[in-house]
Design a binder for this molecule. Structure first.
Ligand code: BDR
Ligand code: CA
Length: 310
């Protein structure tokens, strides 16, 4: 990977978001310009506190801004069954003074982009903030190298037969991003379902034996337990860090260009990402879609990332 890509991470921590933050703050690879938060896994106050706790615990000093309280059209749906009442159950952080950016998330995205060039925007929650930023100041497009979002799927959903959580929380925001003309990459459930946390992985995390591994180990214990209870599965997909891992090791995730649209019809497939894999529609290929992942490489990226801390 080339040296130090500039990134903004928009997230809704969330256990898997927390590990996306850990990878995004790796100074070997990235200049993490800002973290913005959205409501999703929990309410905006909770996801913002969680993002702040994780970033400061890991020693990341970038500005952190609270973003949108509600999706563009829908009422908010949260996900306590997986992430708990706090949105990040399982680890006790020190009591920090929450000095958030005075800007709203969308405004911090806009300011950061206008002050910089060639920035990658990664979203690991509903895309409300990015959609708002694009609507408020379309000039930001010139400063974005690409958008990489965790969301959607080429196959079946995890909150409805058709839809993935991040997209179903705010389908209209996803619509704005997919139709923005930006270079967009989608990292969906069809690959993240192969990035599985199990007890062996957690043991490898804990064996690292540093401050970061203690946090990640404790969080993954709860994440795994909650997913076993909620979905009746034995291993838990760690969705969000796949976005960042795809940048750190480009051979880890395979992307192919397709036409992708999101169903905003409010019917049974509301929030479904329709990926035209056989080019039936002969439409512009507006999205690079993750179609495969090398799970071993993915876990190497995560474990190497954790080893970077004291
Ligand atoms: C997505 O939903 C959230 O619960 C996770 O943090 C991830 O971003 C997976 O569908
Ligand atoms: Ca998330």
């Amino acid at each position: 990977m080339e040296k130090r890509r500039k990134i903004i991470l928009d997230c809704d921590p969330g256990h898997d978001d927390a590990i996306a933050i850990l990878l995004a703050g790796q100074i070997r690879y990235f200049d993490l310009l800002a973290i913005t938060t959205c409501a999703g896994n929990q309410t905006i106050d909770k996801t913002s506190r969680n993002a702040f706790n994780v970033a400061r615990y890991l020693g990341f000093g970038c500005p952190i801004a609270k973003g949108a309280t509600l999706p563009l059209v829908q009422e908010l749906t949260t996900c306590p069954s997986v992430h708990g009442e706090s949105g990040l159950d399982g680890f006790d952080f020190p009591n920090y003074k929450y000095d958030f950016s005075p800007l709203n998330g969308a405004d911090l995205i806009i300011k950061t982009l206008l002050d910089n060039e060639d920035v990658t925007v990664v979203t690991t929650g509903p895309m409300t903030n990015l959609a708002l930023a694009l609507r408020l100041e379309p000039k930001i497009k010139e400063h974005i190298r690409e958008v990489i979002f965790m969301g959607g799927t080429t196959d079946y959903g995890n909150v409805s037969p058709a839809a993935e959580f991040n997209i179903l929380v705010d389908p209209e925001a996803c619509y704005i991003v997919l139709h923005s003309g930006l270079k967009v990459k989608m990292v969906g459930l069809n690959v993240t379902r192969k990035a599985l946390v199990n007890k062996e992985i957690i043991a490898k995390v804990r064996a690292i034996g540093n401050t970061a591994s203690r946090m990640v180990g404790d969080l993954l214990d709860v994440f795994l337990e909650n997913q076993i209870k909620t979905f009746g599965i034995k291993e838990a997909p760690l969705h969000d860090p796949v976005t960042i891992a795809s940048m750190i090791d480009e051979s880890c995730v395979t992307f192919k260009p397709y036409n992708v649209d999101v169903d905003i019809s409010h019917g049974p497939s509301y929030g479904r990402t329709n990926v035209d894999m056989f080019d039936y529609l002969k439409q512009e290929k507006n999205c690079f879609v993750a179609i495969d992942i090398d799970s071993e490489k993915f876990w190497n990226v995560v474990l190497d990332g954790i080893k970077e801390f004291n």
